[in-house]
Design a protein around this ligand. Structure first.
Ligand code: MRU
Length: 363
């Protein structure tokens, strides 16, 4: 197995993929995921605008990773502000508002920005951050804390999810909810890393995930680098693979879970869920608590991002559609809760009725 690209390592010693977001002392190094799996390039970001661009253009993607990047983006946006605590606090709120416009669907983005704002308000209001410099330092510390907590959260999600899998299982996943979408381990892919550690024989089918190919460019890449048995399929092959009896569980990540258990995830997830139900295969959704949005009653209220038609007509350079053709390109879809066998969080496994059970999870 090739563990370097252009002389750069593609996984750490434990087989974990490259970290998508690295705080490098005075700047944010962002792995440009648009270039994977061919090139490993870390972009040095120094401004909130850089981070906004990085999120909007999918240099960093995946719900937890964009939340982490945005938190550091707030710090980059306020670190040069001159003035008192009130001025820094106002700038935290302004930068958070700006970064919130980068993408609409993943609630982790808004969760992380709200957390940065709340920390700043608590410090400035409570007098804990006596001066502006202390408040700025606290913003950097909070971003680092969000990143560190995400790693521990994902490990716990993996432990809980592993209780639903067995040695010898075939597992199908869609998009990329792995280490590249988080601080480490991923959500949907976390149990697969743990299964590997325990010596289980698990084989994974990765949907390529049109139109941006997160499944083939990222999931197949990171699992292969980790030495996990992965087979790449086109999205329209999932039914065939299921009908052959090769899949015992589907596990995906999510960008937002509504209060009733409806789940928004990468476009095509809904079709996979329907196929899983038709074949009697459990359909699991793995996510941190920060992806559950009790303020959004049902999937119908989740804002769904629509992206450029170019992703469909000339993804990766080559034109594959007639000029002028009408295109519909939603980046996400909503899987109704009746298709979801269980939602797996760091606090445990939740089943229907989701309205009650998700509320209970938050105590
Ligand atoms: O458009 P993307 O690549 O940001 O979409 C990512 C997904 O849909 C993931 O499945 C989701 O964010 C969960 S990542 C742990």
């Amino acid at each position: 197995m090739e563990h370097t690209i252009n002389g750069q390592p593609t996984a750490d010693a434990s087989g974990q993929p490259l970290q998508p977001v690295i705080w490098a002392g005075d700047r944010l190094d962002l792995l440009d995921q648009r270039l994977l799996p061919e090139q490993i390039v870390y972009l040095p970001l120094t401004t909130a605008e850089d981070v906004w661009e990085g999120i909007r253009h999918l240099k960093v993607r995946g719900a937890p990773a964009i939340g982490i990047a945005a938190a550091f983006g707030v710090y980059l946006g306020i670190r040069g502000v001159e003035g008192d605590t009130a001025k820094v606090l106002a700038e935290v709120n302004r930068q958070a508002g700006y970064l919130a416009t980068s993408r609409p669907t993943a609630v982790n983005l808004f969760w992380a920005l709200d957390r940065m704002k709340a920390r700043a308000e608590a410090l400035a209001g409570g007098g804990e951050a006596a001066d502006a410099e202390a408040l700025k330092a606290a913003m950097l510390a909070e971003a680092k804390q969000i990143q560190a907590e995400d790693e521990e959260t994902n490990r716990l999600i993996g432990e809980h999810a592993l209780t639903l899998l067995q040695d010898g299982f075939g597992v199908l996943t869609h998009c990329n909810a792995g280490g590249l979408a988080t601080s480490k381990y991923g959500t949907a892919l976390a149990p697969l890393y743990l299964a590997k550690e325990r010596g289980w024989d698990v084989n994974v089918f990765a949907d390529e995930t049109r139109p941006v190919l997160q499944g083939s460019r990222l999931t197949a890449f990171e699992l292969q680098q980790a030495g996990i048995d992965v087979t790449l399929i086109c999205d329209n092959m999932a039914g065939m693979v299921m009908s052959k009896g090769w899949v015992q569980a589907v596990i995906v990540g999510t960008d937002r879970v509504a209060a009733n258990g409806d789940v928004a995830n990468k476009i095509g997830t809904y079709s996979v869920a329907v196929l899983a139900k038709a074949h009697g295969i459990p359909f699991y959704v793995a996510c941190p608590m920060s992806t559950i949005d009790l303020g959004t009653p049902t999937g119908a209220e989740i804002p769904i991002e629509e992206r450029s038609e170019d992703e469909v007509t000339q993804g990766f350079g080559k034109r594959t559609a007639p000029h002028g053709v009408k295109v519909y390109n939603p980046a996400f879809d909503v899987t109704p809760n009746e298709y979801v066998t269980a939602i797996i969080t760091e606090k445990g496994v939740v089943t229907a009725p989701y309205g009650d059970h998700l509320r209970k999870l938050f105590g």
